[in-house]
Design a binder for this molecule. Structure first.
Ligand code: IMP
Ligand code: MG
Length: 176
């Protein structure tokens, strides 16, 4: 039903699962012996979080944050917290989970916030990276796929809250 609006599939569900497996394995190696809390940004990162944690062989905790940028601002630190964490990050190794890093403003601000709250470390894992759009100096530590400057939907990513439930990542037809 949503299929009809998709111009092309960029990454199939099988490819996303396979890549999540690889990232999960790497994260397991890197975080063995640490107290890991994954912090997923609502709402887009939820499907990726759900896939990724199946492949992390550690007793991780997870929590969620919802943030938005203030309209009309260009500064990196200016975000509004819609939903804050329920967990204290003090002394924890945080793995921020994001659907896509675009300008990078959101992640930079959240990363700084978590460091200020006393996290031991903060790393970023993102399903997609769109480096051509970056305006602040922030880089993900684990990247699923690097994409060109195209608007994508599916696997959590939306256009006006639609298409999040697609099991793959695709590009919308121009008329949508
Ligand atoms: P930024 O990196 O702070 O500019 O914001 C990243 C957020 O913008 C992501 O978490 C997405 O919610 C949204 N976003 C950026 N590019 C896309 C896209 O191509 N499709 C859907 N959402 C996008
Ligand atoms: Mg997002």
């Amino acid at each position: 039903m949503l299929e009809k609006d998709i111009k092309k599939v960029l990454y199939s569900n099988e490819e996303i699962v396979k890549r999540s497996e690889e990232l999960g394995k790497q994260i397991t190696e890197d975080y063995t012996g640490k107290n890991v809390l994954t912090v997923a940004l609502l709402r887009g990162a939820v499907p990726f979080l759900a896939e990724l944690i199946k492949h992390i062989d550690l007793d991780i905790q997870y929590d969620f944050m919802d943030v938005s940028s203030y309209d009309g601002t260009n500064s990196s630190g200016d975000i509004k917290i819609i939903k804050d964490l329920d967990t204290s990050v003090k002394g924890l190794d945080i793995l921020l989970v994001e659907d896509i890093v675009d300008t990078g403003r959101t992640l930079l601000a959240v990363k700084q916030l978590l460091m200020n709250k006393g996290a031991s470390s903060v790393r970023i894992v993102t399903l997609l990276d769109k480096p051509s759009r970056r305006v602040v100096d922030v880089q993900a530590d684990y990247i699923g796929f690097t994409v060109a400057n195209e608007f994508v939907v599916g696997f959590g990513m939306d256009f006006n809250q639609h298409y999040r439930a697609l099991p793959y990542i695709g590009v919308l037809k121009d008329e949508c």
